[in-house]
Design a protein around this ligand. Structure first.
Ligand code: NI
Length: 245
């Protein structure tokens, strides 16, 4: 059940049977020569909606913007500061908690969100533990590509999945947004990979076209369909396990 296309009465009915909700979260940032700016939030969104269809879970509107400061050297990228994103997560969770939602399952499409969103969860728990107010909630975050997806990635893109603008996420976005498939030469074919990067200027200097360690010229919407079906199964398992935890 997508919140965005439900009425408040439908949400009230839902809350009589479940306190769980799926929250897709991603980023607005460059994804190399053939990856869409919205790749991370589009991937999280399509998988979250699939989990909603499979389980009947409520699915919140996508939190499109994430912590992407290192991508600001590339046009179209937008970041929330970590402190801003933590407040966004807190206010979204606490707003929904007012109505009775208690279990928040974030499906994430962007590795750069993990530290910040995890810290936001800890702020919520700290407020509960210290008696500073707020409704007690429980939150979990999972990256959309679970074990089934990893097996497909290893089969399709051995050694060249990479860490940013990955072949898998580009394929999944091509499946979801099939009218917006881009074609580009990759040079070098497999992007470089370093252990660490710092700010936007440093990132741009290390990764000339924005990719890290990937070859998304291998991506296709057919691969994306396989990854989508696997991801929905992976995340459905993870959501059900969270509700039963
Ligand atoms: Ni990404």
């Amino acid at each position: 059940m997508q919140l965005a296309v439900s009425t408040w009465q439908e949400v009230e009915d839902y809350l009589r049977g479940s306190a769980g909700i799926v929250v897709p979260i991603g980023s607005v940032e460059q994804h190399g020569p053939n990856g869409l700016i919205g790749t991370d939030h589009l991937c999280a969104e399509v998988v979250a909606r699939g989990v909603g269809d499979a389980t009947g879970a409520a699915v919140a509107p996508t939190l499109a913007y994430g912590m992407s400061q290192h991508h600001l050297g590339f046009a179209g990228s937008v970041t929330l500061r970590p402190s801003t994103l933590m407040l966004v997560v807190r206010d979204v969770v606490q707003s929904l908690a007012v109505h009775g939602f208690r279990r928040f399952f974030f499906i994430n499409g962007h590795g750069g969100n993990v530290a910040t969103v995890t810290a936001a969860f800890d702020e919520l728990y700290a407020a509960q533990s210290l008696g500073d107010g707020g409704v007690p909630v429980q939150c979990r975050m999972a990256f959309w590509s679970g074990p089934r997806c990893k097996a497909i990635s290893e089969e399709l893109y051995p050694g060249v999945e990479g860490r940013h603008a990955t072949a898998s996420e580009v394929s999944l976005a091509q499946f979801y947004q099939s009218r917006h498939i881009k074609h580009a030469q990759m040079s070098p074919k497999v992007a470089p990979s370093f252990p660490q990067f710092f700010d936007a200027a440093d990132y741009r200097a290390r990764y000339a076209d924005g990719r890290i360690g990937s070859d998304p010229s291998l991506s296709s919407p057919e691969h994306g369909k396989r990854l989508y079906e696997a991801a929905v199964l992976d995340m459905t398992d993870a959501y059900k396990a969270f509700l039963n935890y």
